[in-house]
Each structure stands twice: as C-alpha cells, then as structure tokens.
Design a protein around this ligand. Structure first.
Ligand code: IPE
Ligand code: IPE
Ligand code: MG
Length: 281
C-alpha cells in the first residue's frame, strides 16, 4: 500500500485513502498534539516563530478534513500551561498568530458549521486575545457541525484540579459537603469537555512519546498515533493515514479480542486433567 501511495498524485492519494476508510468507524473525537514547529524552523535556520507561522496552514487542512469526514469533535493543543516558560517574544508571537488565525478562519468555520470553543485557563491570556476568542466563540456558538476545541493555556492537571474544586464548591453551596462522594461521572461533567465523547484517536507529531499534560483524564482509552512528521509538514494525507491506521486497531477497553477463544473453547482446554489439578495460587 505504502509504495502504491507514493506513486500517486496527492489528490489521487487522498481520494484512495478516503475511499479505503470505513465511514461507519470514523473516530468521533480526534485530539492532536501539534508539535515540532521549532524544529521545523531550526532545520531551515529560521527563527522559531516562522515554524509556528508555518503551522497555521496544517490547522486549516486538518479542521476542514475532519469536518468533511463528519468527525464530531476535534481538539487541538495550541498552547500548554507549561509553555509560559518560553521566551516572551515567542509567546507574544503565538498570540499574534492566534489572532491572525481567528480573523482569517472565521468565515471558513462558519461555512463548515463549526463550533469553536477555547478550553484552558483563558483568564490569563492578554485581554485582546481573550476578547477575540470570545467573539469567535459567540459567533460560532449556534453552529451545529463539528466542535473544534482549541486548548490554550491548557493543562490536564489544572483541569482536574478545577473540576474537583468546582464539585466541592457546589457541595458547599448545597450544604452536603459532609456526605459528598466523588464519582467518575461527576469529574467528567466538570471538565472542559463535559458532554463530549472521550477522544478515540490521539495524534502527536514530531515523534515525542509523551502526553505533555494533555487531556489526562479523557485519553484513558484513546488509540495513539505518533508520527515523526513535524507539525508544519503534516498533511491531509497523513491525517487520513492515521485514521486508516486507527480503523485497523482492535480496541478492547480491557475486555477480550473478538478473535479470542470463547468461554466454551477455554473450558475444553481446562478439561485437561493436569490443568485442573494446578493450584489456584
Ligand atoms: C509546538 O511546537 C507548538 C507549541 C508548543 C506552541 P514547538 O514550539 O514545541 O516545537 P519544537 O518541539 O520546539 O520543535
Ligand atoms: C506540547 O508540546 C504542547 C503543544 C503542542 C501546544 P511541547 O513542545 O510544549 O511539549 P514538551 O515540552 O516537548 O513536552
Ligand atoms: Mg515541542
């Protein structure tokens, strides 16, 4: 398949990949750690911000492709709670790029009926960024197509801390703190992703084998796809390949594979006398 794909033009390649997908098993929620912008710039002796700038077009390609494939939720990691450790000029450049993206892409989001929601501690962002994000969220709030979560100043641990504090606040208000029991469902409904399905597929570009504090609760059973491709080089083709790869996985959620021997088959194995006589512990 790989060799055949290389011989095709990009358009034909995407067509072939898209038609190889099972439309009934498109992941409902895809999450992406868009990494490698700095390395992309370094390879070209460019300043890091040029890598971030080159990373804007793949965002458009991925958003559009997911919307067309009827993915329900796409969550993109744009700025982590830990990214404040970077030089001030890089961070300021990222805010400028975010404002540029919002301005340029809003008509596109509207055309595809995409609902934009920023998730993270937004109150720490510069006011103009907060205002423009809010305006984009308000404008797209009634769109009924794909939900696009932009994780900005997002940290999985802070999200969990916020969720637990909010459960505690509610209990204090309702006066039932003493009998409070926290369930998985209660935590889920206090996360930024409340009401959304958990990610089925988590993609990370640039080859790092780590989660970097992204959606720690929600990705419990996500399928992972890590590619060496740096984010600015990530294409629609590779997204389709990741989805095809996902469709070839067997998701077990702690259960058994469909091809595993059934209880009946196992019982016949266990009838072997020496097996039956084995001590249990
Ligand atoms: C990801 O690219 C974008 C952000 C974290 C904002 P990086 O800037 O982390 O790129 P590398 O990892 O240094 O190559
Ligand atoms: C994760 O990438 C954050 C985003 C992609 C926004 P980083 O580049 O910040 O992660 P580490 O530092 O390599 O773990
Ligand atoms: Mg990085």
């Amino acid at each position: 398949m790989k060799e055949l794909l290389q011989e095709l033009s990009p358009g034909d390649r995407d067509w072939l990949l898209a038609t190889s997908l099972d439309p009934k098993r498109i992941p409902s929620h895809i999450a992406i750690i868009m990494d490698g912008n700095g390395r992309w710039a370094r390879q070209r002796n460019f300043p890091r911000i040029m890598g971030h700038k080159a990373g804007v077009d793949p965002v458009r390609a991925v958003v559009e492709t997911c919307a067309r494939l009827r993915v329900e939720v796409l969550t993109l990691y744009a700025f982590s709670a830990e990214n404040w450790k970077r030089p001030r000029h890089e961070i300021e450049g990222l805010w400028r790029l975010l404002r540029f993206y919002l301005k340029r892409e809003l008509p596109n989001l509207m055309r595809h009926e995409i609902q934009l929601v920023a998730i993270g501690r937004l109150e720490s962002l510069p006011s103009p960024v907060q205002e423009e994000l809010q305006a984009a969220m308000d404008e797209t709030a009634h769109n009924r197509g794909m939900r696009l979560n932009l994780a900005i100043n997002y940290g999985g641990r802070t999200e969990l801390v916020d969720a637990v504090n909010s459960i505690l606040d509610n209990a204090r208000l309702e006066g039932n703190l003493h009998s409070l029991e926290i369930s998985e469902e209660a935590i889920g409904t206090h996360l930024y992703t409340a009401g959304l399905k958990d990610p089925d597929l988590l993609i990370r570009t640039s080859g790092e084998m780590r989660l970097s504090n992204f959606l720690l609760w929600q990705i419990a059973y996500a399928e992972l796809y890590v590619t060496e491709t740096l984010w600015p080089d990530f294409t629609r083709t590779e997204l389709l390949q990741a989805i095809l790869d996902y469709q070839n996985r067997e998701r077990r959620f702690g259960g058994l594979t469909r091809s595993a021997p059934s209880a009946m088959d196992l019982s016949s194995l266990l009838l072997e006398e020496e097996v039956l006589e084995l001590p249990l512990a």
